[in-house]
Design a protein around this ligand. Structure first.
Ligand code: ADP
Length: 450
């Protein structure tokens, strides 16, 4: 896996190496060229100086130098390139006639090829191009010329390398920051209320991980928002039915169109009890959500827990011809739980099992593991289909709204509350089921520390 740190290091390395290679290549090439020229000039100078000195020696002056150089075949090429000044720095010869006779003593000409007779400088030869270009020094010495050109080449190479680094830097940083820009606009959309937006994951590095986490968070938020809306609608729906019933009957009783009877009062009582249970369930859930579910925890024997839940349902089980049994070893490690809350969970599981099992078996069992104890409620009832199994712990989820117990509407909160209570005990709860064969709910609770 390539991390961002590695990518940055490689990018800097690529920029650095390409810059260095470019500088090395350009300045190396120019240095080779300049060195070749330097060597030629160095070798050529004595010959040129000797020839010019030969003329001077012959005449003992620079008189007739112009005619001589014009007719000297050895200086065919050079003649159009040189300026000759005498010991006074007065221009004796130049291919450009306007320079002839000019005195350059005031100027710092520097360099040039000295023409010396018996150790005394009688003249100097300069390059005409430099001279004509108006430079104060027509021709630097070959050494300084060489150095200047090499320096120029190095400067140029550094400039090109800098530009290349800039271009590479822009390209690389754009590529590296692209996912960040996408993330920024996605978070802006999210803060504007559009939940669920996803970004592309381009890599497995830190930014790729950030993008994946963002996508996960975004879909979780969208899901949470959907659930919240759904829950509000479900609460409103669940409150409306009993309230409508209550209102209808109480209005009838008030205006005398209905006579009070025992079965009517029983019905009204059931509706009020249902409302109360619903409000209590919602309160339990909101306390659990806030992590504030009050728990009176103490060490409890898991077998006793199961027996307590079994006993509460044994009569109903008999009536339904269901065999309800508890199957747990004697010496089980204790679990530290709120007895009432955990009984509520088990009661809910056993009630559900009884609801969906007729003439079968319900087994409550407990087993010990290294660090936890598993409590199970298994039935041989109708079971739950695979796609529904994922949702049964969701709030207000009812597999089939028509499956209602004893004609009373079920809220679909029972398992959601069971899960919230188990999790408040640092435990987990899962369900397995085979449609037509039965279901098994398992609760894992941490065992009491010694
Ligand atoms: P409720 O509070 O309405 O009983 P629950 O949250 O307890 O709802 O259960 C959710 C759904 O899971 C129910 O609608 C029910 O159909 C299904 N279910 C729960 N336990 C069982 C079981 N043992 N066998 C078959 N279906 C079950």
């Amino acid at each position: 896996m390539r991390t961002l740190a590695v990518k940055f290091t490689l990018a800097f390395l690529a920029v650095g190496i390409s810059g260095a290679l470019l500088v090395a290549a350009i300045s190396g090439l120019r240095t080779r060229q300049e060195f070749a020229r330097f060597v030629t000039e160095r070798r050529g100078n004595p010959l040129l100086a000797d020839l010019i000195l030969g003329h001077y020696t012959k005449n003992n002056s620079w008189n007739g130098f112009g005619e001589w150089i014009d007719n000297e075949p050895l200086l065919d090429v050079v003649r159009r390139r040189i300026v000759l000044v005498d010991h006074d720095q007065t221009v004796v010869y130049s291919p450009l006639p306007e320079y002839r006779g000019i005195n350059t003593a005031e100027q710092d000409l520097g360099g040039g090829i000295p023409i010396e007779k018996d150790g005394v400088r009688v003249g100097t030869v300069y390059d005409v191009n430099r001279f004509a270009a108006g430079e104060r020094f027509p021709r630097p010495s070959p050494e300084s010329f060489f150095l200047r050109n090499v320096n120029q080449a190095t400067g140029l190479a550094a400039l090109i390398a800098g530009l290349l680094a800039l271009a590479l830097g822009i390209l690389l940083s754009r590529a590296l920051t692209r996912p960040l820009r996408e993330l920024t606009s996605a978070t802006e959309e999210m803060s504007a209320g559009k939940l669920g937006g996803q970004v592309n994951v381009y890599s497995q590095d830190e930014i790729g991980k950030l993008a994946s986490s963002f996508n996960h968070m975004s879909s979780e938020l969208a899901q949470a928002s959907r659930l919240r809306k759904q829950m509000t609608a479900d609460i409103a729906h669940d409150l409306r039915t009993p309230l409508t019933v209550l209102r209808g009957y109480t209005e009838g009783l008030r205006d005398g169109s209905i006579q009070g009877r025992e079965d009517l009062y029983e019905l009204l009582h059931q509706e009020v009890a249902h409302l109360q249970r619903l409000v209590e369930d919602l309160r339990t859930l909101s306390l659990a959500d806030a992590g504030e579910l009050p728990l009176q925890r103490r060490a409890v024997d898991p077998k006793a827990l199961l027996e307590r839940a079994g006993l509460a349902h044994v009569v109903l089980a008999k009536q339904k011809n269901v065999d309800l049994s508890v199957n747990a070893p004697e010496m089980l490690p204790s679990v530290v739980v709120d007895l009432e809350r955990m009984t509520q969970v088990l009661n809910n599981l056993v009630t559900n099992a009884l609801r969906f099992t007729s003439e079968g078996q319900i087994i409550l069992s407990a087993t010990a593991h290294s660090s936890f104890v598993t409590l199970q409620v298994a039935d041989t009832g109708i079971g739950i289909a695979g796609d529904e199994l994922h949702h049964i712990f969701d709030r207000f989820y009812r597999v089939d709204r028509s499956r209602s117990r004893d004609g009373l509407a079920q809220s679909g909160l029972g398992l959601a509350i069971a899960k919230a209570i188990v999790e408040a005990h640092d435990g987990t709860i899962q369900a397995e089921s085979t449609p037509g064969k039965g279901s098994r709910f398992s609760i894992q609770l941490p065992k009491q520390a010694n």
